[in-house]
Each structure stands twice: as C-alpha cells, then as structure tokens.
Design a protein around this ligand. Structure first.
Ligand code: ZN
Length: 94
C-alpha cells in the first residue's frame, strides 16, 4: 500500500487518471484507509471544481472560497480578504 507522502504526491495525476493501474490501486487502497489523505483528496476535488467554476464565471459558495483562501493563503475571489474576513482566528488553524 502507498504511504501518505506517495499518496499526496500522486493525488493530482490520480484525479487526472494519468497514473498506471497499479499506482491507482495503491492510492485508492490508501485513501480507503487514511482519513488524512481522504480529506486531502476531497480538498483537491473541491479545488478542481472551484477552478473550473471560476473559469466559467459561476458563483462559488462563500464557504468554499473562504476555505480555499485559507488553504492557499491567497485572495481567491479578489475581495481583498483572505478567508471570511473579520475575525481571522480560524485562518491560522488548519
Ligand atoms: Zn495517508
């Protein structure tokens, strides 16, 4: 079974289907057993969705934008605020 480092490294190609069947089996097996990597995987999927929607100018849920901004430490929606704004207590905690 793949370990966490390998799984995280292969997440993008895994989502893109650009890895071998064998590697995919390993990643899939690890995701089924590791909550941390599962969450990272789901985050990558959300990130994909966000980028896709932004490219087509769809509205993004504010909660998703805030989450992405905190994770990426970037002002994703261009409102001058990283995260939800106001109290940024949660921005320093992951
Ligand atoms: Zn893991």
């Amino acid at each position: 079974m793949a370990d966490c480092n390998e799984t995280l490294r292969e997440l993008e190609p895994f989502i893109d289907g650009e890895i071998s069947d064998e590697a995919r089996e390993h990643i899939h097996g690890h995701l089924g057993a590791c909550v941390d990597c599962q969450q990272a995987f789901e985050f990558h999927l959300e990130l994909r969705e966000a980028v896709r929607r932004k490219a087509s100018n769809d509205e993004l849920p504010a909660s998703l934008v805030a989450k992405l901004e905190v994770c990426l430490r970037d002002d994703f929606d261009g409102d001058g605020v990283v995260g939800n704004g106001g109290s940024d207590e949660s921005a320093s905690v992951r």
